[in-house]
Design a protein around this ligand. Structure first.
Ligand code: OXD
Ligand code: MN
Length: 590
């Protein structure tokens, strides 16, 4: 192997293990230049200037959208690629049937060949980052090496990068090693590999967020879920929100919904006019790390510091806070553009696109102006409902965990699990219609346990056992609930108005956590009595409310059979606790 070009100066304050790894990577990838990110504003501006010069970014209208830029990705590189994402644990059983697996030695051979010389003529960015507040005992650090300035700029907005993270890494002694190259952006030469046992990620051939911003899905979910199991905590695909009632009490709720099912909107919800005095505080919109706290409750931090949100459907009515926060200092990816150079996406109720996400004159016959998975990247601090508790080292205490999916039938608007073990079954049995966040068919119902199908870094059977074991670690566990905002009538119309009105459901959930909130006990759990839900001013017909809160035992018996068949696919890894919980559900449904 060739040696590292000695013109690269590695910062003296970087720990020896990091320097050795950076040298090894540089020897293999042969970059022209090396840049260690310090996380400063000046550095961010420099990255932007360079990308404007190289046309990786285009400036948007500075009068309407100051500091905003458009990135057009390669048209084949617009979403996560689950079929090219692998968990490379030593044993295939540890990855489980829920993951694609490759033997670590084979994966390394494959990736070494791809990375060989791949950064020739390019700059190698070394990005030390911290997932979570720098001073939190629950945070974990990593370093991403990448040849993409777009990735470096996005990591700056999404995580805490630079000198403070480097200092923490030197103190921690261990960090996740993430190596990324956009390669040739060739779908035939694209892999996202995870090596949980050695805390490594290798990603080649894609510049798309979930494949390339390695702190997010790859570290904070796949690798962290493995770390969490080893260390006794949970890394989950959950948003975290503080719900303040008119008396000023704040309850924190963490919700797991699959990608593009409304986590960001719920995290920034604007209370409806009929609920004066209520307020929402956003702690996180995508990922929660949950730890047993010293007071016996479950506490959560958001490991991220920014949002990588879905644009289509975002407007001043559906998500006013998001709409406001992306008017400045935002990177837009794969949106259309108006004649006066403003970003445009489907669902934006103003402006007319003239150019589509691929830079072609917009022609509706060719499809939407913005890609259905077009995104914004923005610092969380720009969110008007940003919670100062997002920076609290101890995190926030969680009153309720909520699971939910996109299901046109079956699941009522909301129900509460009977207890923790039943709640784990409710999470494990989750199913949802697929969305544009991953390549593949959209709208197909698939099992997505705890919204972690694409993100659990190990065998789901062991993961559920780990969830069950939290009952021994956390004496004051939160209640577990299930919601479905997406139920439709026979004509395909949504039964529930959603968006800000979802606060009505959160208010019932909080009531239940405080021993209030009337409910009917059904076979699947406690469903609100209609008068326990605040429906004032909604003008929902009685029949609609009945349908929203209905539980059809015949449909659920069929569902229980399907859940059983799915769970049994995990063979000897399926915890006995879940099997017997499902048996109890079947018996209640008889
Ligand atoms: C995301 C996703 O980007 O879940 O958050 O795909
Ligand atoms: Mn997500």
């Amino acid at each position: 192997m060739a040696t590292t070009p000695d013109r690269f100066v590695l910062p003296a304050e970087s720990p020896p293990e990091l320097r050795r790894w950076v040298e090894q990577v540089a020897s293999r990838t042969r970059p022209e230049r090396m840049h260690w990110c310090d996380g400063s504003e000046a550095e961010y501006r420099l990255l932007i200037r360079q990308m404007l010069a190289s046309k990786e970014l285009l400036e948007l209208n500075p009068a309407t959208h100051p500091g905003c830029y458009l990135h057009r990705s390669h048209p084949s590189d617009v979403a996560r690629v689950e079929h090219l994402t692998f968990v490379c644990s030593e044993s295939q059983e540890d990855a489980g049937p829920n993951n694609h697996w490759m033997a670590p030695a084979e994966a390394r051979r494959k990736m070494d060949a791809l990375f060989d010389g791949c950064m020739r003529g390019r700059t190698m960015y070394v990005i030390p980052y911290c997932m979570g507040p720098i001073d939190s005992p629950y945070s974990r650090c990593g370093v991403e090496i990448t040849d993409s300035a777009y990735v470096a700029a996005n990591m700056k907005l999404m995580t805490r990068i630079g000198s403070a993270a480097l200092a923490r890494i030197a103190g921690d002694g261990s960090f996740v090693k993430g190596l990324h190259s956009i390669g040739e952006l060739d779908p035939e030469r694209r892999f996202i590999m995870h090596f949980p046992e050695s805390l490594e990620i290798q990603s080649y051939g894609s510049g798309y967020g979930g494949n390339a911003l390695l702190g997010k899905k790859c570290h904070a979910l796949r690798i962290a879920s493995w770390q969490a199991r080893c260390e006794g905590w949970l890394a989950e695909h959950m948003m975290i929100v503080g719900v303040e009632n008119p008396a000023g009490d704040i309850h924190y709720i963490a919700c797991a919904f699959p990608s593009a099912c409304g986590k960001t909107n719920l995290a920034m919800l604007i209370p409806p006019g009929s609920m004066p005095g209520w307020k929402i505080w956003t702690v996180g919109d995508d990922i929660a790390w949950l730890h047993p706290g010293p007071d016996g409750r479950l506490w959560a931090i958001n490991p991220e510091a920014g949002y990588f949100g879905v644009l289509p459907g975002t407007n001043a009515k559906t998500n006013r806070h998001a709409f406001e926060m992306i008017r400045r200092d935002t990177i837009f990816t794969n949106v259309g553009v108006t004649a006066d150079n403003q970003p445009w996406w489907e669902g934006l109720d103003q402006g007319v696109p003239v150019t589509d996400w691929q830079g072609r004159p917009f022609d509706p016959a060719r499809g939407p102006a913005a890609h259905p998975n077009s995104r914004f990247t923005v610092s969380a601090r720009q969110n008007p409902s940003y919670s100062p508790m997002a920076d609290a080292p101890q995190g926030v205490p969680i009153s309720a965990l909520v699971f939910g999916g996109r299901r046109r039938a079956l699941a009522p608007l909301v129900f509460q699990a009977r207890n923790w073990r039943h709640g784990v079954l409710v999470g494990a049995a989750m199913a949802s219609e697929t969305t544009a966040a991953a390549t593949g068919d959209v709208g197909v119902v698939r099992r997505d346990p705890m919204a972690m199908k694409p993100f659990a870094g190990y065998n789901f059977g062991d993961y559920w056992q780990h969830w069950l074991s939290m009952a021994d670690r956390v004496p004051r566990l939160p209640g577990i609930f299930h919601v479905n905002w997406f139920r439709r009538d026979a004509a395909g119309r949504f039964l529930w108005p959603g968006y800000g009105e979802n606060l009505r459901v959160l208010a019932w959930i909080i009531d239940r956590c405080q021993g209030r909130g009337a409910a009917d006990e059904t076979a699947i759990g406690a469903v609100p009595r209609r008068d326990a839900l605040n429906l004032a001013g909604l003008n929902l017909p009685d029949a609609t409310v009945s349908e929203l809160l209905s539980m059809d035992a015949t449909q659920w018996r069929k569902e229980a059979e399907e859940i059983g068949a799915y769970l049994e696919g995990f063979g000897s890894h399926l915890p006995e606790g879940l099997r017997s919980e499902l048996g109890d559900l079947r018996a209640r449904l008889k």
